[in-house]
Structure formats: C-alpha cells, structure tokens
Design a protein around this ligand. Structure first.
Ligand SMILES: Cc1ncc(C[n+]2csc(CCOP(=O)(O)OP(=O)(O)O)c2C)c(N)n1
Ligand SMILES: [Mg+2]
Length: 287
C-alpha cells in the first residue's frame, strides 16, 4: 500500500477526502482508549487531542510507504511530545505499518510499542522521543539533511504546548528561521493543558502566534480538530519558501471522550473498565 503521491497532484481531492478521513479519526480514538486501558497506563488526553492532525498527515499529506518504512525519500514525522505515542501507533497500524492487534501490546515488556516512540523498535517511527523539548532540533537536522542530500522530502514535527516552555525549543526556533528551513513544518498541539494545570497559569505562552512570527516563522492558526482547516494549513505550509512554518492547532485535551475533554486527570491515567465502556459507547461502540 503506497500512501505516497505525485507532489503535483497532492491536493487535488483535498475536500472530497474529508468524508473518508472522519471515520478513521473515530477508529483511532477507539484504539487509543482500548490500548491505554489494556496497558493500565499511558497518556490518553494528549493522544486524543492529536488525532485529526495525525490522520491528515498520514492519510493525505505525507509521502510515505508503509511497506517500506525506511524509504530514503519519505517525508519524516517527529512526535516531539512523545507521550502521545498511542495516537501515533494507532495511525501507523491503521495505515499498514503493522497489524492493529499489536496495538494491544502497548507498554508490555518485549513489545515493539513502548510507552514513548522508539525508532529502533517500531516500523514507521522516524525518531525516538519522550524527553520533551528535543524534537524540533532533531527535525531541523533532518530537514537540513534533505537539503544536503538534494532530496525534496519534508519534515513534520508535533510539539506540545507545555513542551514549548523548554528553552531548547526557542534555540531551535531561531536556528530554523536563520537557516531558512522551509521544508520543516511544526504543529503545536495547543490543548491549553500541561501536566500540572493550564499552560497560561503555569508558564504563559501568550501571545504564541506573535512569538513565532517574531522568531521569523510563517505562522498559521487553526482549529486542530477541523480536517478541512488542517489540510488547507498543510497545503499553505508546503508553498512557503525561505522560512519554516508552524501550525498552531487549537485542540481539546481528551477530545472525543466527554469525561476526558479538558480534564487534567486524564493527562497520564488509564481509563478504568467502566470508563473504557463509556468511552467506547461515546465513540460509537467497540472496534
Ligand atoms: C524533559 C521532560 N520533562 C518532563 C517530562 C514529563 N512530562 C510528560 S508529559 C508532560 C506535560 C507536557 O505537556 P504538553 O506538552 O502540553 O503535553 P499534552 O498536553 O499534549 O499532553 C510532562 C511534564 C518529560 N517527558 N520530559
Ligand atoms: Mg498541552
């Protein structure tokens, strides 16, 4: 199954693809709650908030081939907020990197699906992450590597909003603009919450749009659960020359499961048996 496209024909059926992408987001959410429940640990909130962006990337935007995970010309994805691994694993499995049944081995000893992504274990994972603050620097390195190798692949990097309080992010932000890394597109999962509370109380990011602008980035702000806005943002990013792009994706932590939405409790806690049942009911039933 080749999920790669002719770059010129990249966006032709952009809007008509949305009805096929929507059910994929629902199925990804079912897998996320099921696998974290089975593991009895994990991060549901920050996984559920990323689902639409990951679905758009892996089903529509990125050039990649699940049958050839190390294809040198593939676009790269760095999940800098590595604790969102369940969402990445669900997406990778659903688009064919490995069997979806394997998702239920999350966090088990010997499993290829560890609590945070490992490029040495999981097919389709381009970078090992989990220690927050590092992914953007790595993504810049990958993007500059494409330039040196005269390749046209693009690099996507998803950041958490609590994560970008790390100083290394801003060093990377400066470097990306300075070196005009225009094959880099970051996505900020702006779900307003971090581990200890609202980002604006813990260490305010505002005004985040102007901060990235001032650092020399092209900045796009969208509803991070609206597939059309997401696809249009990636299209816009692909046409920007001479500077990196960041998409500020306004999202809801725990999106799709009522009692997890906007809840600090489900940052890093598995659902109980009862909670799993309710979550699956809300997501239209089990898989
Ligand atoms: C360097 C580092 N410090 C602390 C942690 C523990 N940790 C995991 S998730 C998290 C909160 C991150 O918040 P945010 O980036 O907003 O993530 P999201 O809301 O998307 O879950 C923290 C502090 C870590 N993984 N890495
Ligand atoms: Mg957050």
């Amino acid at each position: 199954m080749l999920l790669a496209f002719d770059r010129n024909d990249y966006w032709s059926d952009l809007e008509s693809s949305i009805p096929t992408l929507t059910p994929i987001t629902v199925e990804a959410r079912r897998w996320i709650v099921k696998m974290i429940h089975a593991a009895r640990s994990g991060h549901p909130g920050g996984s559920l908030s990323t689902v639409e962006v990951l679905t758009a990337l892996y089903y529509k935007v990125m050039r990649h081939d699940p049958e050839n995970p190390t294809w040198p010309d593939r676009d790269r994805f760095v999940l800098s907020k590595g604790h969102g691994a369940p969402a990445l694993y669900a997406t990778l499995a659903m688009c064919g990197y490995f069997e979806t049944e394997e998702l239920m081995t999350l966090r088990q000893l010997g499993s290829r699906l560890q609590g945070h992504p490992s490029m040495n274990k999981t097919p389709g994972v381009d970078m090992s992450t989990g220690s927050l603050g590092q992914g953007l620097s790595i993504a810049i390195g990958m993007a500059l590597g494409a330039r040196l190798d005269r390749k046209d692949y693009r690099v996507y990097c998803m950041l958490g909003d609590g994560e970008i309080q790390e100083g290394q992010i801003w060093e990377a932000a400066m470097a990306a603009a300075h070196y005009k890394v225009d094959n880099l597109c970051a996505i900020l999962d702006r779900n307003q919450l971090q581990i200890d509370g609202p980002t604006e109380n813990i260490m305010s990011l505002s005004p985040i749009y102007s901060k990235f602008k001032a650092f020399g980035w092209h900045v796009i702000e969208i509803n991070g659960h609206d597939l059309k806005e997401i696809l249009l943002a990636f299209k816009e990013a692909s046409r920007i020359h001479g500077k990196p792009t960041i998409i500020i994706a306004n999202t809801v932590k725990g999106k799709g499961v009522s009692f997890m939405e906007g809840s600090l409790k489900f940052h890093g806690k598995a659902p109980s048996d009862e909670e799993l049942k309710q979550a699956l009911d809300e997501l239209g039933g089990d898989i």
